[in-house]
Design a protein around this ligand. Sequence first.
Ligand code: PMP
Length: 398
Amino acid sequence: MSLFTAVEMAPRDPILGLNEQFAADANPNKVNLGVGVYFDDNGKLPLLECVQAAEKAMMEKPTARGYLPIDGIAAYDNGVKALVFGAESDVVKSGRVATVQAIGGTGGLKIGADFLKKLNPNAKVLISNPSWENHKAIFTNAGFEVGTYAYYDAATRSIDFAGMLADLNAAAAGTVVVLHACCHNPTGYDITAAQWDEVIAVVKAKGLIPFLDMAYQGFGHGIAEDGAVIGKFVAAGLDIFVSTSFSKSFSLYGERVGALSVVASDKEEAARVLSQLKIVIRTNYSNPPTHGGAVVAAVLNNPELHALWEKELGEMRVRIKAMRQKLVDGLKAAGVQQDMSFITTQIGMFSYSGLSKDQMVRLRSEFGVYGTDTGRMCVAALNSKNIDYVCKAIAAVI
Ligand code: PMP
């Protein structure tokens, strides 16, 4: 008997498991479309020029690494506010937004979840069906009962919007609703601006708490375009939570750069909220790390670097869209009869391909093409060298 005799082996993270399998695969043509990471046309993880320029300037004037404030670098938090809400927006100018630097988008979600649990311990949480796997885990571990609202309809390869509205309408007041602000992970299907208006009307009428997860701002239609949904919630007079991730938009995955913003009813309320967010941070990891936040703050607050970032992010966005089109065309050329044009309707880094688990397993074992068993493929990992092979492989299993 030891202290740990009764400890059970936790299930393996499915995506990381896939990565291990991929690494061990001897197939020289293997392609990893499993993990949600953007690679450039050479299959490389990009190091953005704006990031390099900011780091170069930092190295020329090296600074000691003291503790950051609990809520992070002020210039970073202000940069996030400007990006998510607009620097000149009433909500920012009036001091109604409390923003804290967080350890990635995951950290932003976790801070929000812990704060919400204290605020409203009996609330339930609803996430989309399906959603990013960690949504359920984060809110469950924060002590919430997590359910789902309808989202993807496999039969029609589109969003079950009527089902979504019905589920939101049926939710009790105070229910936390986690919404993907743009580039839905895993399906790639976003609701339209008009549909957002309907969601907002229900959220408002039913007294639900919107928690917008913004992990891909700039990957959909553009930074401002993707951020517009946040403006809609604010314009409706709702108090909202917004988690931000810069992992993909700055290609700074390992630096863990993210944020949580909470919109309160007035400045004084926002100050009280901020004080509570700081308690959550203080009792978890005290304060955030310096480097990634300093880089992002430098880019966001310098007009030239900001413009360079927008250009580089735009190139990533355009390349993904081009790959979607190539995938549709390539599948057709490879003899796939069914209409695959839904792939270009989808947006962001992922595509729900509609392939079955058996087909995904065959793609792996026979062709070394790795996606998740749910049929999710990361189109941001396709490039001009692997696209033909991937098309042929998919055509062979369809
Ligand atoms: N939300 C969604 C929907 C995501 O896809 C991700 C990243 N895969 C995150 C949050 C977390 O982002 P980060 O890696 O910055 O923690």
